[in-house]
Design a protein around this ligand. Structure first.
Ligand SMILES: [Fe+2]
Length: 390
């Protein structure tokens, strides 16, 4: 992207101490102690226990004299009641540090309960941007997918159980204190989850790079993330134990996560929130993965230069093409990548029907991700996009 000479912009650095690479998990006990405690409250989902990762981490902590209370009850798209209940357990345990291990739901739950340890009331009291008043308890985020970027994000996304809609808390005060990004933890992630979470990271990178709020610093991170995902997502899905692919994907996910904090995203994420509500429960990565190529088709003519950059980052030769044709190649490249890794091209098997279109659009159009989308968007546009996914 050529910088726009008169662009004024804001980029805020991530308030998270990031440790990245194979083996960084081993430093966890020392990190807990440096974050201020000998006692930790660990939040995860039952899948991590089944995969043996939970036992490994608990053993590591106890061997190094860190006491740990485990809550492994996180479910996809954690509900507000679960978060409030878990926050009460944290208070009872009196732990000094929260550890979140897992995908986005576990990390977002850890961030929300960390905030509730120092702020009174329910998580629903802090929905929106900058409503949290006191700095969260120290949270150590350990992602096991690549992914959501939650380990470096100011957002905690969860489901408002009363309204059955997805909602979020956003605050500088809920950044994880420490992120331990160890690609080894993704070796046993099944191919379908590697595919959908990897496409979520691609959605973060592309929507960040092409939207109206993007600026040169986020753009540099986001475009490099697109390039890494183009190089490594197929390998990570098809050969999960390939270290280079897993390293590349985790790096891309973290870079995209940093990039998107100041920019927000676009229509794929605006639609993914209501699609992931408890009415439909389409997994977030799938919602983004299936929606992204259709959204790009809608958007690419509004910012052809940037979509041409995306095509190039994904390995397309575009130097002999005009800008519009080059931009179109980005749509084809994402569609081909999705197909190669087994992403469906509709959401019908996830239960999306015509009767859902209007309610999903009514919710999506309120999103801040619509405001920054590169092409001006009406409810009718969103309806047309969704109907392509039936
Ligand atoms: Fe996402």
């Amino acid at each position: 992207m050529n910088p726009i000479p008169n662009q004024k912009f804001n980029f805020f650095p991530v308030a998270t101490d990031i440790h990245f690479g194979f083996g960084v998990l081993q430093t966890l006990p020392a990190r807990v102690k440096s974050a201020g405690g000998q006692s930790a409250f660990l939040v995860t989902d039952p899948g991590l226990r089944a995969a043996g990762i939970l036992d490994q981490i608990v053993g590591l902590l106890r061997t190094n004299s860190v006491s740990v209370t485990v809550c492994d009850g996180v479910v996809p798209d954690s509900g507000s009641n679960l978060i409030d209940r878990t926050a009460a357990e944290l208070k009872k345990a009196g732990s000094a540090v929260v550890i979140g291990v897992g995908g986005g739901s576990s990390l977002d739950t850890a961030k929300a309960i960390g905030a509730l340890a120092t702020n009174p009331g329910s998580c629903l009291d802090y929905v929106g941007l900058h409503n949290v008043r006191n700095k969260s308890l120290p949270v150590i985020a350990i992602p096991t997918t690549a992914g959501t970027g939650s380990e470096v994000s100011l957002w905690s996304v969860f489901t408002d159980e009363g309204k059955s809609i997805k909602t979020a808390i956003g605050s500088f005060l809920i950044y994880p204190s420490i992120a331990l990004c160890d690609p080894e933890l993704t070796f046993n992630l099944p191919p379908h989850l590697t595919a959908s979470t990897g496409m979520d990271a691609l959605g973060h990178a592309i929507e960040c790079y092409t939207n109206n709020a993007c600026q040169p610093i986020s753009a540099a991170l986001a475009l490099r993330a697109v390039e890494l995902i183009g190089c490594h997502l197929r390998g990570a899905v098809l050969n999960g134990r390939d270290p280079q692919s897993r390293y590349g994907m985790m790096l891309a996910s973290t870079m995209a996560g940093i990039a998107m904090n100041p920019t927000r995203l676009g229509l794929a994420h605006a639609l993914a929130m209501p699609l992931g509500s408890w009415t439909l429960r389409v997994p977030h990565g799938i919602a983004v993965a299936v929606t992204l190529p259709v959204v790009m088709e809608f958007n690419h003519l509004a910012e052809p230069g940037r979509f041409a950059d995306v095509a190039q980052a994904l390995g397309c030769r575009v130097d002999h093409l005009g800008r519009l044709d080059a931009a179109k190649r980005s749509v084809e490249a994402v569609r081909n990548l999705a197909r190669d890794i087994g992403i469906p091209d509709s959401l019908s098997s996830y239960g999306l029907r015509e009767e859902h279109v209007r309610p999903v659009v009514d919710e999506a159009i309120k999103s801040g991700n619509v405001t920054v989308n590169p092409r001006r968007t009406t409810s009718e546009d969103l309806e047309q996009i969704l109907r392509r996914l039936l």
